[in-house]
Design a protein around this ligand. Structure first.
Ligand SMILES: [Zn+2]
Length: 234
């Protein structure tokens, strides 16, 4: 079953006073808007996972930078205190010898008598998997191998520098994340019709099929998941 566009949650924009406004409309006499990061899934679902910031390319990062002074700090909610604050680097399967940018840091400045809270926010490159030397595409390829053949064949077939033990840990992390992933996907479309889940592998296969249906046309469904839901895939 394919999803309709209507099923895609649209971000809401809220005035600083908390007045909810439809996209594109501004209240008279006010110029300051912040994007409410909690509105992506609704505040009542926040317990599922912490809301994160992602960007997919230089254009999206530049857009984040351009509105940084108008964006509220997710920790202290102050506006006008966020500044750029360096980069996080790491390896992945496409670049096993050279570190690439995994995230960019934003600082809520409390220096020079500025009123920020002093905490930092990571803005993640949506194609990276946190705490793993893997891209979302690499993870997608590995998980697909793991649900279609034997796990040993998947480890042999996945061309990367990760050890078997690390790949077992990757699989375990995916298993632990499945319930949360399913819940997030259900808000976009129902799961596809498939044979009953009679093993952990068939359950995993169903999650991957659901992910494909939830983001039709996405060349990297895990990237689309992270950026759309504002949460880590796993
Ligand atoms: Zn702050």
């Amino acid at each position: 079953m394919r999803c309709s566009l209507e099923a895609i949650p649209r971000p809401r924009w809220e005035h600083l006073s908390g007045t909810s406004l439809p996209p594109g409309l501004s209240p008279e006499g006010s110029m300051i808007f912040v994007r409410d990061p909690l509105s992506i899934f609704g505040r009542d679902r926040l317990h599922m996972a912490e809301v994160r910031w992602f960007y997919r390319d230089a254009t999206e990062w530049n857009a984040i930078i351009e509105r940084l002074k108008l964006t509220a700090c997710p920790h202290c909610k102050r506006v006008g205190t966020l500044i750029r604050h360096g980069l996080l680097f790491g390896f992945d399967e496409q670049s096993p010898r050279r570190k690439t940018v995994r995230a960019r840091r934003v600082f809520c400045s409390n220096r020079n008598a500025r009123p920020g809270c002093g905490r930092t926010i990571s803005v993640w490159f949506a194609e990276k998997i946190r705490r793993l030397s893997l891209t979302t595409r690499g993870l997608w390829n590995f998980l697909q191998l793991a649900v279609t053949g034997t796990f040993v064949a998947a480890m042999r077939g996945f061309d990367c520098s990760l050890s078997d033990r690390t790949l077992q840990r990757v699989w375990r992390r995916f298993e632990l994340a499945q319930s949360r992933i399913r819940t997030a996907l259900m808000s976009r479309c129902p799961p596809p019709d498939q044979a009953p889940e009679n093993s952990s592998r068939s359950a995993a296969a169903q999650v991957l099929a659901h992910l494909r249906d939830a983001f039709p046309g996405a060349d990297s469904p895990i990237t689309a998941f992270q950026q759309t839901t504002k949460t880590f895939f796993m």
